[in-house]
Design a protein around this ligand. Sequence first.
Ligand code: PRX
Length: 653
Amino acid sequence: MLEPVASEIESLLHEERMFPPPPDFARHAHIRSMDEYRALAQEAETDYEGYWARQADRELHWHRKWDTVLEWEEPFAKWFSGGQLNASYQCLDRHLASWRRNKAALIWEGEPGDQRTLTYQQLYCEVSRFASVLQNLGVKLGDRVIIYLPMVPEAAIAMLACARIGAPHSVIFGGFSSEALKDRINDAQAKVIVTADGGWRRGKVIPLKANVDGALENTPSVEHVVVLNRCNNDVTMKPGRDHWWHELGEFACLDVPAVPVDSEHPLFILYTSGTTGKPKGVVHTTAGYMLGTTLTSKWVFDLKDEDVYWCTADIGWVTGHSYVVYGPLSAGATVFMYEGAPMTPQPDRFWQLIDKYKISILYTAPTAIRAFIQAGEQWALRHKLDSLRLLGTVGEPINPEAWMWYHHIIGKGRCPIVDTWWQTETGSIMITPLPGATPTKPGTATLPFPGIMVDVVDKAGQSVPVNTGGYLVVKRPWPSMMRTIYKDPERFKQTYWSEIPGMYFAGDGARRDSEGYFWIMGRVDDVINVAGHRLGTMEVESALVSHPLVAEAAVVGRPDPIKGTGVAAFVTLQQGTSPTEALKQELMAHVVKEIGAIARPDDIRFTDALPKTRSGKIMRRLLRDVAAGREAAGDTTALEDSAVLSRLRTAED
Ligand code: PRX
C-alpha cells in the first residue's frame, strides 16, 4: 500500500524565512520560551508516564483518581485505568463554581445574522435539559446517538448532553448525503438521531430532516428522531418516531447530574475516510482525549479568559469536536461559533465578524485562506482586525504564499501563526508551534507538542537523515490517540500499526530540517485531502461503480488552486454505452447522492481502459500525472497495455 517508497518522496520546498514570537506575546504566554518548551519535552522524554500523569492531575477533574497511568498492549492503549470522570462536567460544572459561571461560553451568529450568547450557566442548563430529553427517550450509558445538525449552539449542546449521560455520540457532517448517513447510522447501530429541519448555507436551506428521512428507510436500530426547528422549513414528522426538540424540552429537568464514567469509556465515534470504500468509525475515549484537547487548547491557542476564540471548523469534523467544543470549553474559554459559509453574503463575512465580536484567536484552514486570497485582499483591508492576537491553520499543508498573506493581511505582521498538524485519529494537536516560544517558518508545523514522540522513518522504522523524505510516525502511545475502529479492532491494527513495525503510521509523508522542524508533504496512501477534508479515493470509486452504466473507475487527486487537491475520475463504461456530457453530469450527481457534495468529482474522463500492471493493479501514479496534465514521470514498463496511456492523453485533448 505504501506508495511511493520513502526514497521517492522528495521535498522541493526550501523556506528560509523565520518569525520569532513577538516579545510582548511571549511575555504573557502559557509557554514563554524555547527553554521552557525544551524542559517540558525533556521531562516527557525522561519520565513519560509521570509527565502525562502530572498533566492529567492538573488539567482534569477526577471523580475517582486512576490506578495505572498507561497499559499498553500494542496497538491497544488504556490511559488512566481505574479513574472516573465526565467530559461534560469538565467543560461545564467545574466552571460554575467560579466567576466563570456568568462568562460567555458560546457566542453564536447564524448565517442570516441572528445572534445568541450562552453563559456557562446557561449552557449548563441547556445541556442538562437535553440530557434529560435523551434519558426520557430511553438513551442509556453506552447507547449511540447520531448528531446531524448545522453549526448552531444545539450541536454543542447535544454533544455535551450525550457526554453527560455516557452515551457516545457520532456527529455526521451536514454535507453528507442520505446514503452516507444511512451507512454510518447502521454501523453505529444508533438509537436516536438528533437533527434539524434545515440549516443555512450560502443563503439556502440545507434540508437536513429530509436527508434523515431518506436515510431512515433501512435503519432498524433507530427508535427516535429529535428535530430542532432552525429554519421553519416544511418537514414530515413521523408520529411516535419524530419529535420537536422544543416540545420535548418543556418536560425536561434542568439539573441532570454528570455520570462519572471510566477513563476509557467511549466519548464518541467519528467516521473518517480510509483507503478502502468503507468509512472507519474512529473511537475516542474520555480521559486521554480530554487531557489532549484541554492541554493543547491552553498551550497552542494560549487561551486566556479575555479571549474570544473562533475555530471555523464544522462540528462534523474532528476539529469541531476538539477545538470548538471539548478543548476550549474545558479550558473555560469564550468560543465564537458561526453557522454559515465564509463568502456569504460577501467575501468579507469573516472579517466583519472578527471586528464585530472582537475575536482574538482565529483557527481556520488553508483552503479558506486561499479562497480569501483569490477573492482579493481589499475585502480584508476594509476591516480593522485589530482584536486578533493569534492565528492558526489546520487540515493540510499551508503553502508559504498563503502563510505570508495570512501573516500580513490578516495578522498585520503582529500575530503568531500556529500551523497545527494532527488527524481525526490523533484526537488532538501533535506537531505545532507554541506561539510564545517557537520561531515559525512559513509552511512547517514546526516541532512536536511536548510529550508527543514523532519521527520521520523509512519502511523499516529507521529514522531517516535530515532533509530526507520519509513516513511520519508516532513512536509511543499518547493520551488522545484513537483506541480502535468501531467494531473492527483488526482493521485498526492493520491500518495504523502494521505498515511500520512498532509505530503508529497514518499515511503522511514528511521530512525534518536541520533544526528538527517537520515539513508535512501530504498523503502517501490512497487518501486525498480535498479542501482540508479527507476522502478515500476508493469511496468515490465505489460510488461511481454503483452506477449501472459504469464498469470501472479510478479516482486520483490533482492540484487545485483553492481546494489544494481536486477530485479527478477516470471511468470506463459498460459495453454499448456512449460517453456523453449528460452522462458525465449524471455521474457527478450520482457521487453527490452517494456521499455528498464534498466528493463531487471536478473532472470525469471516459476511457476504454485504465492503465494497469500485469497483475491488474491500477497505476494511479500515471493517472495522477495525466490528471495534472504532466508528462508521466518514472517507469511505465510495468504497464500491461502501453497504448492505454497515450489513449488517455488523447481523450484529454
Ligand atoms: O494529511 C494530513 C492533513 O490532514 C490529515 C488529517 O485529516 P483529518 O483526519 O480529516 O483531520 C484534519 C484536521 C485535524 C493528515 O493526515 N493535515 C492536517 N493538518 C495538517 C495536515 N497536513 C499538513 N499540515 C497540517 N497542519
